[in-house]
Write a protein of this length. Structure first.
Length: 123
């Protein structure tokens, strides 16, 4: 349970960080939502990798950061693809605002990422 609370705290930091980047690219620079989302996602992956590996999951095997990052990236890539697909469906077919609809998708992303980190990437 402690791990999930820490993960939630890191997720909150990441949410503020990536939402700011997403908003900036989407609304201020007026770049389309798939590109804006991708830029914010990459930024979040890099930020959370270092926090999660050192503070949340603390895997026994830290000797190979390259392997850890590769597994971490695969988990995040999976959630990214699911997220982007659901975002595209919501925006295209239901005409949801891409910025606000992204918040609706967060619980799905949390489940995919936490499960992948805990049981595979950073176990």
């Amino acid at each position: 349970m402690e791990q999930f609370i820490k993960y939630g705290f890191v997720g909150g930091i990441n949410l503020v960080f990536t939402a700011g980047i997403y908003w900036f690219f989407l609304r201020f620079l007026e770049i389309n939502y798939p590109i804006s989302f991708t830029v914010s996602w990459i930024s979040g992956v890099i930020l959370t990798f270092f926090i999660n590996i050192r503070w949340v999951f603390q895997p026994e095997e830290l000797s190979n950061l390259k392997t850890n990052f590769l597994k971490y990236f695969v988990v995040y890539l999976t959630s990214y693809l699911v997220n982007l697909m659901l975002l595209k469906v919501g925006v295209t077919f239901f005409l949801f605002d891409p910025f606000w609809y992204q918040f609706f998708l967060i619980p799905i992303v949390i489940v995919i990422n936490f499960t992948g980190m805990k049981y595979w990437a950073l176990k």
